[in-house]
Design a protein around this ligand. Structure first.
Ligand code: BGC
Length: 351
C-alpha cells in the first residue's frame, strides 16, 4: 500500500513509498484512509527536526490528523464497516506513569509515551491503517469532508478543559474576554470553541487580509493585526490562548496580563533563539496579579469526545472553508509546501 513516509532526522527524505499492509498488532480495526491534515509538527518532521521511526523501521509513516472509513472490524468492537473514524494520536507509556495509568496519557510524566506518525509508531498517512478499538473515535457521517479537523480540535478541547479547571481555583472567576494569538487552524479552532461558549472572542494575527480575517469574522470574532500590545490594551482579555509559539509574542503577552488572568501556551517554538526580557517585571506581574501561565499538549479520549461534539455543532461551511487546499497523495510534495494563504492543507488518501 502507498504511504507518505519520512526518514526521521533526514530533511528532504519525505516520499510516498510502498509499505507493507498494516500489522494486525496495530489494532483490530482496519480502516481505509480518506484524508490527512498536515500541521506544523509534520513540517518539522519533514525538515528533519523532530520525529522518531518505530523500532526496526528506517521510515516513519507520517500523519496524525486522520480520517478514515472502517473496512473491517471484529464483532463487539463497537465499529462496523463503513463507520467514519479518527485515530487517537498518543499511547500511554509502558510503565505506566500515574497520568498514563489514569487514562491521561496527554499528561505523561516520563516522556515514554508513543505517538502515531510522530514518535515511534507509524502514522495514519497510508491507504490503509489499523487502530485499536479503544483508540478509535466514531464520527457523525456529516463530518465526512472535514473530520480530519478532529485531532487539532482535541488540542483546544483539552486547552479549554484545563482553563476551566484552573479557573475553578476561585469560585467567582469566569472568562470575561478571550484573546487568541495566531489565526492558523489551532487559533481558529480555539476561537470556535470560545464562540460556542458565547464568549467575546478576539483573534490576533499578522495577516492583514486573506482567509484568516474572513474566517475570524465569520465566527463573530473581532480580528486584530496591529500587534499584541494594542490588541491586549483594547480588549483586556482574562484568558489568552497563544497559538503561534513566537517567543517575543509569548513574553509580550506575559507582561500585560489582566488580574487573575490565564494564559494557555499551545505553540511549540524553535529553540536556540535568544530574547532579552525584563524577567523581574514579568515575575512581578504574574505574582501580584495571581496569573497562571500553563502549557498544553496533546489530548486524551475525553477530549476526542468533546472535540467531536464541537465539530458537529459548528457551521459545516465554516469548517469546510478552514481547509484551504486539498492535494491528492501522488502530489504529496505540494501538500508539504507552505503557501501564503494556507490555513489547513489536507492530503487526500483516496480510500
Ligand atoms: C500533535 C499532538 C502531539 C504534539 C507533540 C502535535 O502536533 O497534535 O498530538 O502530542 O504534536 O508531538
Amino acid at each position: 500500500m502507498r504511504a507518505l513516509t519520512v526518514i526521521p532526522g533526514q530533511a528532504g527524505s519525505a516520499a510516498v513509498v510502498d509499505m507493507p499492509e498494516p500489522d494486525p498488532s496495530e489494532g483490530d480495526v482496519l480502516v481505509d484512509g480518506l484524508a490527512l491534515g498536515i500541521c506544523g509538527t509534520d513540517h518539522e518532521i519533514v525538515a528533519g527536526e523532530y520525529g522518531w521511526a518505530p523500532e526496526g523501521s528506517e521510515r516513519l509513516i507520517l500523519g496524525h490528523e486522520s480520517l478514515g472509513r472502517v473496512r473491517e472490524a471484529p464483532q463487539g468492537s463497537g465499529f462496523v464497516s463503513g463507520d467514519l473514524v479518527v485515530g487517537v494520536v498518543r499511547r500511554p507509556d509502558p510503565v505506566p506513569c500515574a497520568a498514563c495509568a489514569s487514562g491521561e496519557f496527554d499528561m505523561c510524566l516520563n516522556g515514554r509515551y508513543t505517538e502515531r506518525g510522530i514518535k515511534e509508531r507509524h502514522g495514519y498517512g497510508s491507504e490503509r491503517w489499523r487502530v485499536e478499538p479503544g483508540y478509535c473515535v466514531k464520527l457523525d457521517p456529516a463530518l465526512a469532508e472535514v473530520g480530519m479537523l478532529l485531532e487539532p480540535t482535541t488540542i483546544l478541547a483539552k486547552a479549554w478543559d484545563h482553563i476551566d479547571r484552573i479557573g475553578r481555583r476561585a469560585g467567582w472567576w469566569e472568562v470575561r474576554r478571550v484573546l487568541v494569538t495566531g489565526a492558523g487552524p489551532i487559533g481558529l479552532l480555539a476561537a470556535l470553541i470560545a464562540v460556542q461558549r458565547d464568549l467575546e472572542v478576539h483573534l490576533l494575527d499578522r495577516a492583514p487580509g486573506g482567509p484568516k480575517p474572513r474566517l475570524a469574522r465569520a465566527l463573530g470574532a473581532e480580528y486584530h493585526h496591529e500587534g499584541i500590545e494594542r490588541a491586549i490594551g483594547s480588549c483586556q482579555p482574562n484568558v489568552i490562548i497563544e497559538a503561534t509559539g513566537v517567543g517575543q509574542l509569548v513574553f509580550d503577552a506575559l507582561r500585560q496580563t489582566t488580574p487573575a488572568g490565564i494564559i494557555c501556551l499551545t505553540g511549540v517554538s524553535p529553540t536556540g533563539r535568544r530574547l532579552t526580557v525584563d524577567a523581574g517585571a514579568i515575575n512581578r506581574e504574574l505574582v501580584l496579579e495571581n496569573d497562571v501561565v500553563f502549557g498544553s499538549v496533546n489530548a486524551n479520549n475525553r477530549h476526542y469526545q468533546a472535540g467531536a461534539e464541537v465539530l458537529v455543532a459548528a457551521d459545516p461551511a465554516w469548517l469546510t472553508a478552514l481547509i484551504t487546499r486539498r492535494v491528492p497523495l501522488d502530489r504529496y510534495a505540494e501538500a508539504l509546501e507552505s503557501h501564503r494563504d494556507d490555513v489547513k492543507v489536507v492530503l487526500e488518501l483516496g480510500g
